[in-house]
Write a protein that binds this ligand. Structure first.
Ligand code: SPD
Length: 279
């Protein structure tokens, strides 16, 4: 039979991974952190019993969080990532040669330490001189940061329960908007419409009250919530389907998932989502 690790999504659905070995298990001041080596998904980071990222499918999540925003923002010299302690998002940000500075705000230093030790296949950009990692609370950071500080902001948080819930607050989004330059782009992970429709819809409503342009997009991430995942592109101006061609071409080369067609297709929403959003 072997040892299985199950994540229970909503009390009546779970995903189980066959564990070859538990590589790390520890308690930080904030959360329980584990790294398991699995037969199907390679090494998997688990926080408070929730699968966060896996060697096998992390590219599907991180490339789609980062590149729709960074190929469409007018400028991407200064980029902020909030969360993302596994390092996958900043790795993708720093593939863009136009990025001059990437600040990553992660509350839990242990997540980064663990990623550096056990998730080297995912977290490959720690030594990039453009990266500035700060271990502070994202909510506090946003409250105290200056206006117009960033060209693009990426929110790579956990699910909206416990520690991660504050990264879904309207006041937090308002602070992020204030930190964006005019025309800047924010993208965030916005949960699974299939499994967490209420959270997805409420998130869209909060964002729509703040930004003129709010565009959810979708893609597969087998590790999360029954496989269907969403992200949301937000800005005051512009639109997500007008990527800057040279920037996009440069990043498609070398991406495992992201390309021009996928960028366009991801913003085509299925009817059940359009109806839920009254689009
Ligand atoms: N259900 C898990 C959702 C996790 C989303 N963020 C993962 C962080 C990966 N960098």
């Amino acid at each position: 039979m072997g040892l299985w690790y199950d994540e229970t999504f909503d009390g009546h659905t779970r995903l189980g991974l066959l564990v070859k070995e538990t590589l790390f298990s520890g308690q930080s001041p904030y959360q329980e952190i584990e790294v398991i080596d699995t037969a199907g998904f390679g090494r998997v980071l688990v926080i408070d019993g929730v699968f966060m990222t896996s060697e096998h499918d992390e590219f599907l999540y991180h490339e789609m969080l980062v590149h729709p925003a960074l190929t469409t923002a007018p400028s991407i010299e200064r980029v902020l990532v909030i969360g993302g302690g596994d390092g996958g998002a900043v790795r993708e940000v720093l593939r863009h040669p136009d990025v001059r500075e990437c600040v990553m705000i992660e509350i839990d230093e242990m997540v980064v330490d663990v990623a550096k030790r056990y998730l080297q296949a995912i977290a490959t950009a720690w030594d990039d001189p453009r990266l500035d990692v700060r271990f502070v609370d994202g909510v506090e950071y946003v409250k105290t940061s200056r206006d117009d500080a960033y060209d693009a902001i990426l929110l790579d948080g956990t699910d909206p329960v416990g520690l991660g819930a504050t990264l879904f607050d309207e006041s937090f989004y308002r602070g992020c908007k204030r930190m964006l330059v005019p025309g800047g782009v924010m993208a965030l992970q916005s949960e699974s419409p299939l499994l967490m429709m209420d959270v997805f819809v409420e998130t869209q409503h909060r964002l729509r009250r703040l930004f003129s342009e709010v565009h959810p997009y979708m893609g597969p991430v087998p590790l999360y919530g029954a496989g269907t995942w969403s992200w949301t592109w937000c800005s005051e101006t512009g639109e997500p389907l007008r990527p800057i061609q040279e920037r996009q071409e440069a990043i498609v080369e070398g991406s495992r998932a992201y390309n021009e067609e996928l960028h366009r297709a991801a913003f085509a929403l299925p009817n059940y989502v359009k109806r839920a959003l009254k689009l």
